[in-house]
Design a protein around this ligand. Structure first.
Ligand code: SF4
Length: 396
């Protein structure tokens, strides 16, 4: 698998882009996790992987989306984005996850990428705004990978995303990325209506389309339209995990996950402290679906100071670690409410219904299934997770 994958990356992507992902994401990413581990020894928590939803606006209306996509536009101004990135860089960070809404609707997205050639950005997008010009500009700047969300076939995509002709428009964006030799990923929020995408034939289809990695999220029952009927059963979550482990050792496409370590034990990126989130309103949130905060990007000049001193984030990590190795939002929404009350955390949404939504959530299982665990089969994933992606002591 390794040789075939290396051959794909060397022949399908722009060499300068490949160098940037190897150094700015691979090498510097690993060093940022080493720095994170060092800080943990002094009980200092600053995530090496910062996720920022830079704008709320989006042209789609997806089931299960927690972002106020149809509300008045809010965005993080470019000066604040640069301030956050510069401060995080001072503490060894180089990777930044860029979310929305739809990030390509932010007027200064390219100013951000161009201002930080020494960093690496993963842009979570529906791909529909990636024209030939945009793809050419991404190739020129070279420090961003495009993670395009595909939620099913034509019919399912329109149903899930609340617009028409969604898949075809997205595939046009993907093809523009392929033609400009970008590093391309496809993300799917796996649920009842698209679980057939968790298949070898779909992965081979993606390889044909020039996709270099996939990320199978498991559907989160949250937001103003949680669509509970889409949630996966515990057995289906296990099947997804088993499939991921098997395909990693078989196909020349990388498979990302954020929920399991090398032994197949569950973890939550928020609880371990390896990632936290900044919302489109600038609020400092435990993770994207926990829309409550006690601080924002203006609390201090330094985002490092704000996050390392946040009692809310600290208590959230500790309480979640004591409760589960899975998702506290899915398994214990009652504890999330307790934390919100304990810290008088504010609702960060424009719709101001996050607490009401939380109270309506029925506890359900998540990625934590201690009776059934699938350790990594392929040595590359085993090695990488063993050293740079595990529980970091949160669950001991
Ligand atoms: S709380 Fe749930 S959604 Fe948030 S990072 Fe943890 S597992 Fe993921």
């Amino acid at each position: 698998m390794i040789y075939r994958y290396a051959k794909r990356m060397l022949t399908e992507t722009d060499k300068r882009i490949l160098w940037k992902i190897a150094i700015n994401f691979g090498l510097k990413g690993m060093l940022s996790v080493q720095k994170f581990k060092k800080r943990l020894k002094k009980d200092i928590y600053f995530p090496p992987f910062l996720f920022m939803s830079i704008i709320n606006s989006c042209q789609l209306r997806c089931q299960g989306c927690w972002v106020d996509v149809s509300s008045k536009q809010t965005l993080i101004e470019i000066d604040d984005l640069n301030r956050i990135v510069n401060d995080a860089k001072k503490h060894g960070n180089s990777y930044f996850g860029i979310l929305g809404g739809e990030p390509f609707m932010h007027p200064n997205l390219f100013d951000l990428l161009e201002a930080h050639p020494d960093c690496y950005f993963q842009i979570f997008t529906n791909g529909q705004l990636i024209t030939d010009e945009v793809a050419a500009r991404l190739r020129k700047v070279g420090n961003a990978t495009i993670l395009i969300s595909i939620e099913g076939n034509e019919v399912i995509s329109d149903e899930r995303r609340g617009q028409l002709d969604v898949l075809n428009k997205t595939l046009v964006g993907l093809e523009n990325c392929r033609r400009h030799k970008l590093v391309i990923g496809v993300a799917t929020s796996v649920c009842q209506t698209n679980i057939e995408l968790v298949s070898e034939s779909w992965l081979n289809r993606l390889i044909e389309m020039g996709v270099h990695y996939v990320w199978f999220h498991t559907y989160r029952v949250v937001g103003p339209d949680p669509s509970e009927h889409l949630a996966l059963t515990p057995q289906q979550v296990l099947d997804v995990r088993k499939f991921i482990v098997e395909m990693r050792a078989k196909l020349p496409i990388a498979i990302v996950d954020a929920y399991w370590d090398d032994k197949g034990e569950a973890l939550c990126p928020m609880t371990t402290g390896i990632s936290h989130h900044i919302g489109p309103g600038g609020h400092v949130e435990p993770c994207p679906i926990i829309q409550f905060a006690t601080e924002d990007i203006h609390t201090n000049e330094s985002i490092y100071k704000t996050m390392t001193e946040s009692a809310f984030l600290n208590d959230f990590r500790k309480t979640a670690a004591e409760a589960t190795q899975g998702c506290i939002v899915l398994e214990r929404p009652d504890l999330v409410e307790e934390l919100v009350q304990r810290h008088s955390a504010g609702d960060t949404t424009q719709r101001q219904t996050a607490l009401e939504e939380l109270r309506k959530l029925q506890p359900r299982s998540s990625q934590h299934n201690p009776e059934h665990q699938f350790p990594e089969e392929h040595w590359v994933y085993r090695f990488a997770k063993k050293h740079w992606y595990f529980g970091f002591g949160a669950y001991t």
